[in-house]
Design a protein around this ligand. Structure first.
Ligand code: 16G
Ligand code: MG
Length: 558
């Protein structure tokens, strides 16, 4: 059987479509933090090869695999692809290197690599005729996505796999679909209807306990910026399941504007300003999604029209407080842990540790690292400052919650809190950060805690910070340790950074090579904005001088 399978992939006829997807000369790509991303015109061959890889991974794991065609917050002209599996997790790091070598393999090499993978990965070689290797495909709203998704499907069928293309879905929806397929209905029905049903029912059950009764979210009317991406139509679909339990005004819904152009979570976060054209008013609250709806940020203006951002750190604060409160009410001795990256504002870390008395972990940038750490915790709250995150509930916790819910001998308040914890675990996407699910969770938690967005914002004051980018000859020459907080190479850079940091009060700075852009990122925070700006500039200069900077030296802040 194994021999038969091996021969099959080595035969020309088995890769019928390969000739339609030659590797363009001079293009090599790496499977980075969030898969492959590049101008869409450079991607058809990568997509075809990721279709092949998805089937190989399905053979190996015996699970349905997902392939999402999106470049998230990148410009409309770009596109990208990432694989997801099992319970909706990202492709494991050990397989990222196969993705990278497949992506630039010419036809002959591709066959060799497929054969090598069959040989080296136990499981990929054996195949029973009854075993179907199934791949779920999703697309974002980019003009190129349809054609690129078709290239994925050609790769899938060339290796004898089957596929279902769901068309337009958010990235987290595809994670849900993959996880629900693999769990045989345990998570929910493996359809979009199943997704909307699950979220809306959990939200309604939680809001039924809201005091004052339904409609109190009406005192903070919500406007959602859909980044002109897939999140806007999908939010509209979700709202149709909510039966008036939530009303959201959707702007940048893609009917006229361009994807991610002067709108969306990245634009709002980086510029600390509203999407273009939005007139913000005091007393209303606003949020922005990114292009594939896996990031969410809130914001508002105060009386003096000053803009305030409620970023991933503040959203995780809300979630941690809410869950900590319910655990206490339910008399459950479990720990809430918070998982952050080095970009988390120092004030947030301090607040978690000193005020909420929670365990905080710092992990390298990238959802896969945070997710894996959060999974080890009883309850793991993880958010990147950029708005990507979720809350994971461990099995031990859910089992105990179920036990209390069913025990009629327990006090009513304890059972009610356990029931709320259960519904919260259903509302929050357990596979990945999900802007739609997070939005419902934030609205619900604010309402149940009777907290306004400005009150959440005021729980602690962020330290002023600044982010800069520096172009260098080879960004991979910079290596880091301690969750990217310290540089290990080039020599002398870390010591020089520390020397600059000591010149400022409450200061911190780090540098790391970007996983999505050909840049080195610089982060600095300090007691005042002026100090943070100055420190960021000093560190950027050090990177330019000590790590092979290209072009002009970074300019001093004006
Ligand atoms: C990707 C990551 C995000 C990370 C960002 C960093 C996923 C799903 N997304 O968008 O978590 O914050 O890359 O980009 O993992 P950078 O390496 O360019 O700073
Ligand atoms: Mg995204």
């Amino acid at each position: 059987m194994a021999m038969h399978t091996r021969r099959r992939v080595e035969m020309d006829t088995e890769l019928q479509n390969a000739n339609a997807y030659p590797v363009p000369s001079g293009i090599t790509m790496e499977y980075g933090t969030a898969g492959f991303r590049a101008p869409a015109c450079n991607l058809p061959h990568v997509m075809y090869r990721m279709g092949l890889l998805a089937v190989m991974r399905a053979r190996y794991t015996r699970e349905v695999i997902g392939v999402m065609v999106t470049a998230s917050h990148n410009p409309e002209e770009d596109n990208g692809v990432k694989l997801m599996e099992g319970m909706g997790e990202m492709l494991p790091v050990s397989w990222e290197r196969h993705a990278t070598s497949f992506a630039s393999a010419h036809l002959g090499e591709l066959r060799t690599q497929l054969s090598a993978l069959l040989r080296d990965c136990p499981g990929t070689e054996s195949s029973s005729p009854a075993q179907k290797y199934h791949v779920l495909i999703g697309e974002d709203t980019r003009a190129s996505s349809k054609m690129l998704a078709q290239a994925v499907s050609h790769g899938v069928t060339d290796l004898g796999g089957t596929f279902k293309n769901f068309g337009l879905v958010t990235t987290p929806q595809l994670h849900y679909l993959v996880a629900s397929h693999n769990s045989e209905g345990l998570i929910g029905e493996p359809s979009l209807d199943g997704y909307y049903h699950k979220l809306s029912e959990a939200y309604k059950a939680l809001m039924a306990q809201s005091k004052p009764q339904p409609g109190n979210e009406g005192s903070y009317p919500l406007t959602m910026d859909g980044a002109n991406g897939v999140g806007a139509p999908k939010m509209a679909e979700l709202l149709s399941y909510m039966k008036h339990s939530l009303s959201v005004k959707i702007i940048n819904n893609g009917e006229s504007g361009k994807l991610n152009h002067e709108c969306g979570a990245d634009y709002v976060k980086i510029g600390q300003r509203a999407p273009k054209g939005l007139q913000m008013r005091e007393g209303r609250i606003y949020c922005s999604l990114d292009g594939d709806a896996d990031r969410l940020l809130y914001y508002f203006v105060d009386k003096s029209d000053t803009f305030h951002l409620v970023d991933g750190d503040k959203i995780s604060t809300l979630m941690a407080i809410f869950i900590q409160h319910l655990l206490k009410e339910a008399q459950l001795p479990f720990q809430v842990s918070v998982v952050q990256t080095a970009y988390a504002n120092g004030s947030s870390t301090h607040y978690f540790e000193e005020t909420l008395l929670l365990q905080v972990y710092c992990l390298p940038t990238g959802v896969k690292y945070l997710h894996a750490k959060a999974k080890e915790c009883d309850i793991g709250v993880y958010f990147e400052a950029n708005g990507h995150g979720t809350v994971l509930f461990g099995k031990r916790v859910l089992d105990k919650v179920a036990e209390i819910m069913q025990d009629s001998g327990r006090p009513e308040a304890q059972r009610a809190a356990a029931t709320q914890l259960y519904h919260t675990s259903q509302l929050i996407n357990q596979a990945v950060g999900d802007a739609l699910s997070d939005l419902l969770a934030v609205q619900m938690m604010l309402s149940l805690l009777d907290l306004s967005l400005p009150q959440l914002y005021a729980l602690y004051t962020d330290l002023p910070s600044r982010q800069l980018k520096v172009k260098v000859m080879d960004r991979q020459r910079i290596t880091t340790t301690d969750a990217e907080r310290r540089v290990t190479h080039p020599d002398g850079l870390q010591a020089a950074i520390e020397e600059r940091v000591h010149r400022h009060l409450q200061a911190r700075a780090f540098v790391r090579p970007s996983g999505t852009e050909d840049m080195v990122r610089v982060y600095a925070e300090a007691e005042t904005q002026e100090s943070a700006d100055c420190l960021a500039h000093e560190v950027a200069l050090l990177v330019h001088r000590l790590a092979g900077g290209v072009g002009e030296e970074p300019r001093a802040p004006s």
